[in-house]
Design a protein around this ligand. Structure first.
Ligand SMILES: [Zn+2]
Length: 232
């Protein structure tokens, strides 16, 4: 999902104290995987809305209270967001002009997908939520399972753009579909989400509010997108 309202954010909570938590924190699986940015044309994306590391759950307008991996608030994240949204520059015009390919972030097996759902869902000023113009609010998506049972999810794809099948082995960088706005989406973007074998959401970005090791092959600084180079 993507929230599209604008509001200032509260001060972030304290960062994770890695020295303190090292004894008790579950082991991070870093090392088995290194993700590449799952987008064919990184220059077509001008903003990332990331995973929320603030454990509090908010309601109403406070849903914009959040903390991303680098300690930033909205619009770098929003409450309870469990993935990274890459917003398509040029929005609907760019989507209609062919959009941008979504790529596998690492090699693995396609374990689930859906396609054929309406891809022009948008923010609805009347309700403050998302409208799919009377169509079911279902996303076109692909899920890949990687080494160690880690899964990556690619959400909101363009209608009839999914280019893989369930059970297919894909290489890092292989085309999965096109960026769209299907499902709980207010504008064309990719929601990229990573989940460990235990079902717990992993923010691939390392930072003082996230885990210390990045899951990106090349994370880069917070103002820039991760690199597109595949290493697996
Ligand atoms: Zn999202």
């Amino acid at each position: 999902m993507l929230i599209w309202l604008a509001l200032a954010c509260k001060e972030p909570p304290d960062p994770v104290d890695s020295a303190d938590s090292a004894d008790t924190a579950p082991e991070v699986l870093r090392g088995a995987l290194s993700f590449a940015l799952p987008l064919a044309e990184p220059e077509a994306f001008d903003q990332v809305v990331g995973v929320d590391h603030d454990p509090e759950v908010h309601e109403g307008i406070e849903e914009l209270l959040c903390t991303d991996y680098a300690g930033r608030g909205f619009p770098w994240c929003y409450d309870e967001h469990d993935g990274s949204d890459y917003l398509l520059e040029g929005s609907w015009d760019r989507m209609d002009a062919g959009s941008v390919a979504v790529l596998a972030a690492a090699s693995g097996e396609v374990v689930d997908l859906d396609d054929g759902n309406y891809d022009r869902c948008h923010g609805d000023l009347g309700t403050g939520g998302v409208s799919c113009d009377g169509h079911p609010r279902r996303a076109n998506y692909v899920i890949i399972e990687h080494a160690g049972g880690v899964r990556s999810r690619y959400w909101h794809l363009k209608t009839d753009s999914v280019a893989v099948t369930i059970g297919q082995q894909v290489a890092c960088g292989e085309v999965l579909g096109l960026v769209g706005s299907s499902g709980n989406s207010s504008q064309p973007h990719l929601h990229f989400e990573v989940e460990g074998a235990d079902g717990v959401v992993i923010d691939p970005y390392a930072g003082p509010w996230s885990q210390p090791e990045t899951w990106w092959a090349e994370q880069n600084d917070p103002e820039a997108l991760p690199g597109t180079t595949c290493v697996d």
